[in-house]
Ligand binder design. Sequence first.
Ligand SMILES: O=C(O)CCC(=O)C(=O)O
Ligand SMILES: [Fe+2]
Length: 311
Amino acid sequence: MSTLTALPPLFSYGHPLDLAEDKFGLLRDSMDAADDVEELRRRFAADGYLYMKGYLDRDEVLAARASLTDGLAAAGMLDENFPRIDAICKPGAGYGFRPELTNNNPQVQNLIYGPRLIDFYRAFYGEDVRHYDFTWLRAIGPGKGTNPHCDLPYMGRGTHGHMTCWVPYSDISVELGGLMVLEGSHRRMDLLEKYVYRDVDSFCANKPTEVENAKTGAKGFGWTFSGTLSHHPPIIRNKFGGRWLTTEFRAGDFLTFGMFLVHASLDNRTENRLRISSDSRYQRASEPIDERWVGPNPPGHTTAGKRGRIC
Ligand SMILES: O=C(O)CCC(=O)C(=O)O
Ligand SMILES: [Fe+2]
């Protein structure tokens, strides 16, 4: 997709996107600056993201995909009348969140935490880095994708200087629905400050029902604050200005961005194919890390991750 002329109608969270050139565009590919870390830092500061087209070894990505589609088959998500590698889902697959498929999975672990990506972040930060032990793995069926949010509310208890790496495990057309970022949103602290510093796992320690919910975990997470910025991508764009930026991703690409950039995804408009991607996090080793995402069995958003405060 080098131009925007041939695009089908695009939807995000069930809403049609306005594809006018001041409202929608393509991600800037920074592979031309892969060896120029100063330029990468400049672009990251300006754009809030780096899109590295073909940086990863495509064969390694596709081998990792095979390990994931085997896992999805074992979990009963796939229609086994088709080759597993095609990730054709059973009807009603919905929004699959499958982090467990990345545990004890050397293909995925080596791809996203091996030398190629770690070297990228070490060069970018100019010092030693570490990654979260928890890996977000999504296998999203036909229907709605992810609504607009920043990542900080889910992972803001340590440094705020860490980065998300979003990796597609196949080519991802706009119909299959990849990630979109909202241009320039990381610079709109005027619009973000009341949202972005809230923590999805915090609760009011002086409200007995919230204390009870936190203890039992019966309501999962998100009952005080879901972390969502909006359920309406076109409206949030109108508010922030800037364009929704995405692309036709290829296996081998990655997209990395900071904690303050608003992002969402295109809906999956295919008939029966899963969109498989992971998101993982990297930071300076010298900086504090959010304890929810570290260790052999990270607590994440469970009861162990809840934190009370006086409201
Ligand atoms: O893959 C998606 O739809 C959402 C990913 C995301 O929010 C992230 O990478 O932080
Ligand atoms: Fe996110």
